[in-house]
Ligand binder design. Sequence first.
Ligand code: C5P
Length: 232
Amino acid sequence: MSMPAKPDKYAPVITIDGPSGAGKGTICQNLANKLGFGLLDSGALYRLTALAVVQQGIDIKDQVAVATIARALDIQFEAGEQGVKAILAGHDVSRDIRLEETGMNASVVAAYGAVREALLERQRAFQQLPGLVADGRDMGTTVFPSAPLKVFLTASAEERAKRRYLQLIERGESANLRAQLKDILARDEADSSRASSPLKAAEDAIVIDSTAMPIQAVLDKIMVLAKERINA
Ligand code: C5P
């Protein structure tokens, strides 16, 4: 994903919001591939901000300094062999942004209104033809309020913790199911209770509960909706 300067208001946007671990990443990547659309991983922008804050030794509680970092972020996204590479100030930080610690720090900086404001235009610039799949927490409510298709993808906290746990084990990393559940619940609480753009379904979003649904079934359902709503 590159970063063009001006959004194209004619490009259709599909927003996929929902809590951590609901499967948004996989679904969005698949959807974007199938439709030939661009992909906005908005969580990566918050993760990159959090990483830049830590790397520059800024106090994460200093909202003004953190917002300054967000405004000046020097980032690029490049297509790599293992998916999209995130480049921060010229360095590949794709692995660092996926660390649990970076996720927790991302949740902290994402609660700052000035940080959200700083990242708003960058996110909107991803609206380009032939279309965009936007993955996040507030894509349908704040960033792309007029998107023709909005999905709120959720699953029980236990199921989401289990999926994360299995993912880590598969990657050969150490994992603890109870710790995953605790982390998911903490992230849910932080994301839903913040004043600025809290995690919630847009009024016109279609809610899909994937607790007992395989990924393919979720994908099929969204593809049907995409055909109906945007003739994709
Ligand atoms: O989706 P991901 O886990 O990568 O997002 C990391 C954190 O960034 C989330 O826990 C959330 O606090 C924040 N976020 C957000 N708004 C978005 C995307 C992510 O607040 N649109």
